[in-house]
Design a protein around this ligand. Structure first.
Ligand code: C2E
Ligand code: MG
Ligand code: MG
Length: 449
């Protein structure tokens, strides 16, 4: 069968549900020839299916790194990958009904007692999808995450399988999870968090803490602004928990704009040689207008643009390369600094360092805190070398011990940040910190910390 043909052979569920096979091309994914989401909904959500097919198990397959293939090798390669992946899944699925229900999401509907057992099928799928693919003349490693749900209530089937898939995605590639009620409870808790987060800004529950960044001699360069959220229900919620939620529900735009403005206003009250570094989420680059938000914040605060540094992670570039590039160029024109955060942890491409106007590379704390070894030292040396050659400053984050600081300084790192110097502190403590730190510097105790 050619890749574009519509496959009418796998209609087991449809047959049992008394439905016509996929004859309607509007319910068929033209790329893979599989039934599409509408077809899936017809099969599963219809109550007649619930009555007639009580023991249905849904195996949801999500390809890992599909988007990266699409973005780096082009959409033609992405399409090719989907066709090949569909074919591998089809071979494993056997008599079960296979559909493509999202960009890189496939659904296998298994009837109890028919064909391969769903858990065995899932393991097999993980195995075949972990084998390399050859697309656009290149070998790519993809892999998959899988969520499984068995259902008597058809309406819950997809939701449960998606919850299980979401859980699987928290794990490494190849993780398979079967739905259980704890997932439902977590999902409910999460919805509660979403509701509270939507109101957090209006309720003034968000605040910024500031963590110092220092030179090897202990003198202050500036502070990184770090978001904090405390509410009556959850207490203190770490940004690593609520930022992803804010990104998902779109609140990150309002929150992010508030952070930039608030940090600029705060920094404008510090001595003029100190800068403020502000984290910006990849999602904020999706919409144009970030440069204007920065302009407004600079105008409202009177902060010199050179005293602001925007921190972005590698994912921002990967996800929205064009928009990000444009925005970064606009920021560069204004003289705003741009730091590449968590360097070495994302899908780093060295060309990104050359293509985008970074002023600073932030060495991720995983390198800083790794047990000393020749390998980590070499990696850190290589990053520092790159920074020097490209005229970028280097700063190491997560410095906790004197030894780590010494090693980094000896290796030539320009700046350091971490608990060794100070934990992130509320805005009201910053002035006292600056005064004390300046006093120590004057007294020549900078190196003693
Ligand atoms: P990040 O930008 O890489 O920030 C550094 C994180 O490391 C901060 O965690 C900081 O408190 C922590 N840290 C600093 N020194 C040390 C150390 O010596 N040891 C250890 N173990 N940790 C150290 P935090 O504040 O929990 O923030 C976590 C992440 O949340 C940040 O990572 C950043 O990605 C994100 N984030 C925080 N504030 C914002 C924000 O305003 N906007 C956006 N988009 N993301 C933010
Ligand atoms: Mg940061
Ligand atoms: Mg970081």
């Amino acid at each position: 069968m050619a890749a574009g043909d519509c496959d009418l052979t796998t209609v087991s569920i449809a047959a049992i549900a008394g439905e016509a096979p996929i004859g309607d091309p509007t319910r068929c994914d033209p790329l893979t020839g599989l039934g599409d989401r509408r077809r899936f909904e017809e099969l599963v959500a219809g109550s007649n299916v619930t009555e007639r097919v009580p023991d249905l198990t849904l195996v949801l397959v999500d390809l890992d790194r599909f988007r990266q293939v699409n973005d780096t090798l082009g959409s033609g390669a992405g399409d090719e990958l989907l066709v090949f992946a569909a074919e591998r899944i089809r071979q494993c699925a056997g008599a079960h009904e296979l559909l493509r229900i999202g960009g890189d999401e496939f659904a296998v509907l298994c009837l109890d007692g028919v064909g391969t057992r769903p858990d065995e099928l899932a393991e097999r799928l993980v195995e075949v999808l972990s084998r390399p693919f050859l697309v656009a003349g290149q070998q790519v490693d993809v892999g998959a995450h899988i969520g499984i749900a068995a259902g008597e209530v058809a309406d819950d089937l997809l939701r449960h399988a998606e919850l299980a898939l979401g859980d699987a995605k928290q794990g490494t590639v190849g993780t398979v999870r079967t739905f259980d009620m704890a997932m439902e409870e977590r999902a409910q808790a999460r919805r509660g968090l979403e509701v509270r987060l939507r109101r957090a800004l209006a309720l003034r529950q968000l605040s910024l803490h500031y963590q110092p960044q220092v030179r090897p001699d202990g003198s202050l360069v500036g502070f990184e602004a770090l978001l904090r959220w405390r509410n009556d229900v959850d207490g203190e919620v770490p940004p690593t928990v609520f930022i992803p939620v804010a990104e998902e529900i779109g609140e990150i735009h309002a929150i992010g704009a508030w952070v930039i403005r608030h940090a600029c206003v705060e920094a404008a009250g510090w001595p003029g040689h100190l800068r403020v570094a502000v984290n910006v989420s990849p999602i904020q680059f999706e919409r144009s207008g970030l440069a204007r938000i920065v302009d407004d914040a600079l105008a409202a605060s009177g902060l010199d643009p050179s005293r602001l540094e925007i921190e972005i992670t590698e994912n921002a570039i990967l996800d929205h390369a064009e928009e990000t590039g444009r925005t970064l160029a606009q920021l560069q024109e204004r003289g705003v600094g741009i730091a590449l955060d968590d360097f070495g942890t994302g899908y780093s491409s060295l060309s990104q360092l050359a293509d985008f106007p970074f002023t600073t590379i932030k060495i991720d704390q995983s390198f800083v805190q790794a047990p000393p070894s020749e390998r980590t030292r070499s990696l850190v040396d290589a990053i520092l070398y790159l920074g020097r050659r490209l005229g970028m400053e280097t700063i190491a984050e997560g410095v906790e011990t004197e030894q780590q600081a010494q090693d980094l300084i000896e290796a030539g790192c320009d700046e350091l940040q971490g608990y060794l110097f100070a934990r992130p502190m509320p805005a009201e403590d910053v002035s006292a910190f600056i005064v004390e730190q300046t006093r120590q510097q004057r007294a020549g105790h900078g190196g003693d910390r």
